[in-house]
Design a protein around this ligand. Structure first.
Ligand SMILES: *Cc1c(COP(=O)(O)O)cnc(C)c1O
Length: 576
């Protein structure tokens, strides 16, 4: 479903509309419109629109032909929309490279319109049968659009007053809400469902089950009860004064203690949610994939508890690197399948898991471990992890009497971070900081810093920022922490990055290890190496935080799991 937003009058809003997923942004030059723009302003709006990734549409109503050509040239317009008889009569004289959106009426169409290239637009009019693709327009808004789509089956929708706060003034919140409503599978330009045909039926089935079963009070109560009585929620919020003093005493530091959960990290929140849903859907078998083994262990745990069969795909290289977690999964009753294709690591394991699911979805659910992959996974995983932020926000407010100055979390696939950020997205005065793995430092291949060194692309069913070569080959990433070592990141983060709501930065191995050591020594808490990146960022950027401000850090997991690899690499000796 294409989305066209018309009558934009300022560059900032146009860019926001484009970044948030509008495909076309229409500009009006005629003084018959309250949304008229001057040419100079139009140039700025057109630049901003293209910068946000949308196409500019020149909308013509009563212009003279030469005037119209001049505007097309000044703005480098590729798409024109033609209203009313005078302007429509220019249609046959236009450069054939231009794409035309022709506002239809009951008269015959010009013969040079090309159904492969051009669109019709039905404005306040019931669409007639046509081989052209078409937009519908006319008082569309979030409340009526779905019904109109169901009735008229358009290829696109055209919006103007339906996303305004007053005549001619676009409201960016209304624009983004509208786009999310029509395209729930997308976060602006990111997300989607880029999968082989075979995976569409299970994804649709899951989307439907998630929207119905998982939204019932019974489901929520059952999950909450498990989270409370089995995993130990709510987790504590701990103020770490010794740690804060040892890094200069400038700020108060609070940790959200996901390390205290059963199995030692936030991943269990998601595995339990998905496995409970799978059980309610009548599935008997769970497929998972794992890199470091953390998600494999969480899923095997949930399966043991719910009495579900569990198969975990894992790269042969990772099986060798993560022996203790492989043993745990097998003890929990899971079958661990070694994947030897490709680089025999996580991305190859994901491919195998998807292949299994395509063949087995009648009995099986694919339990994906982070806020990644095709829709509905990013949304569903973020929802199951939102418990972190909902608890933390309340606990923090009860303790401090205000929101934190900043919230910091590490970003692998992005589930613990979106879990805690989610509660604060609308609190614009709270700074949100996502910390990626900086590995050994800058340079493609030395880290897993998708936002510093990546570019948009598609991997494992969704569009996001990726570490890839110029020809789109996925780059091998590096980080001391296995949980952050992945070439892609959840699509919602890609959108939050582009709209500037979350700041993404990185912490290197060295900065993470330093934080790991300080937290252990000063507080007696062994953080996961992943979570240590969030603390490492805070230490290195302490000057950016105002004196006396309070910072909330998500301690996504505990570090016991990291000890074997730290011992075998010899790093541990340097820390004691
Ligand atoms: C897996 C893992 C992460 C990274 O995954 P996200 O989906 O980005 O949260 C972070 N911390 C710990 C402890 C992990 O196990």
């Amino acid at each position: 479903m294409l989305i066209k937003i018309c009558g934009l009058t300022n560059p900032t809003t146009a860019k926001q509309a484009a970044i948030n997923g509008a495909d076309y942004v229409g500009l009006l030059f005629s003084n018959v419109s309250p949304r008229q723009v001057s040419i100079d302003n139009a140039v700025a709006i057109a630049d901003a629109t293209r910068c946000g990734g949308a196409e500019v549409v020149g909308i013509f109503v009563d212009e003279e032909f030469d005037e119209m050509l001049e505007i097309i040239k000044r703005l480098n317009i590729q798409v024109v929309q033609l209203h009313r008889d005078k302007v429509r009569s220019y249609c046959t004289k236009l450069d054939p490279k231009l794409q035309i959106i022709y506002v239809a009426d009951d008269k015959p169409l010009p013969t040079n319109l090309d159904p492969k290239r051009d669109f019709l637009l039905f404005e306040n009019m019931v669409p007639f049968k046509t081989q052209f693709r078409y937009f519908i327009a006319g008082a569309l808004d979030i409340t009526n659009v779905q019904e109109k789509i169901n009735t008229y089956h358009p290829d696109g929708v055209d919006l103007s007053s339906g996303v305004e706060s007053s005549l001619g003034v676009k409201d960016i919140k209304k624009v983004t809400d509208f786009i999310r409503h029509i395209r729930p599978e997308r976060y602006g330009r990111f997300g989607g469902r880029y999968v082989p045909e075979l995976l569409i039926p299970p994804l649709f089935e899951l989307e439907k089950a998630y929207a119905t079963i998982a939204k019932t009070d019974i489901f929520k109560q059952e999950l909450n009860s498990i989270l409370k009585n089995y995993t130990g929620r709510p987790t504590a919020l701990t103020e770490v004064k010794n740690f804060a003093n040892s890094i200069g005493g400038k700020v108060r530091v609070f940790l959200k203690r996901e390390d205290l959960l059963h199995t030692g990290a936030h991943k269990i929140n998601n595995s339990l949610g998905q496995c409970l849903l799978a059980k309610k859907m009548g599935k008997t078998r769970i497929i998972g994939e794992t890199g470091a083994g953390q998600h494999g262990v969480a899923t095997a745990t949930a399966c043991a508890m719910f009495g579900l069969e569990c198969v975990i795909y894992m790269g042969q290289v990772d099986i060798e690197r993560q022996a203790p977690n492989v043993t745990k999964m097998r003890l929990l009753g899971a079958k661990v399948v070694s994947v030897t294709s490709g680089s025999a690591t996580l991305k190859d394991a994901v491919n195998e898991a998807l292949r299994d699911w395509a063949e087995s979805y009648e009995s099986s659910h694919y339990c994906l471990g982070s806020a990644l992959g095709p829709h509905p996974f990013p949304k569903m995983v973020a929802d199951f992890q939102s418990v972190i932020g909902n608890e933390a926000k309340k606990q923090f407010f009860d303790t401090v009497g205000a929101n934190p100055y900043a919230v910091i979390a590490c970003v692998g696939g992005g589930s613990n971070s979106i879990g805690i950020f989610g509660a604060y997205l609308d609190d614009l005065d709270v700074a949100l900081i996502g910390v990626e793995a900086g590995g050994t430092g800058r340079g493609l291949g030395n880290n897993a810093a998708r936002f510093s060194e990546g570019t948009p692309g598609v991997l494992h069913g969704s569009r996001s920022y990726l570490l890839q070569t110029k020809d789109g080959q996925i780059v091998d990433t590096y980080s001391i922490s296995a949980g952050l070592d992945y070439a892609a990141v959840g699509p919602q983060h890609a959108n939050l990055f582009e709209i500037g709501r979350v700041k993404y930065d990185m912490a290197t191995d060295k900065e993470a290890l330093n934080a790991f050591r300080i937290l252990m020594r000063t507080e007696g808490i062994i953080p996961a190496l992943e979570s240590s990146h969030a603390l490492g960022y805070l230490i290195s950027h302490i000057d950016d935080f105002p004196d006396g401000s309070s910072v909330l850090v998500n301690l996504s997991g505990r570090g016991d799991k990291d000890l074997p690899s730290l011992i075998s690499s010899g790093v541990l000796e340097c820390l004691v």
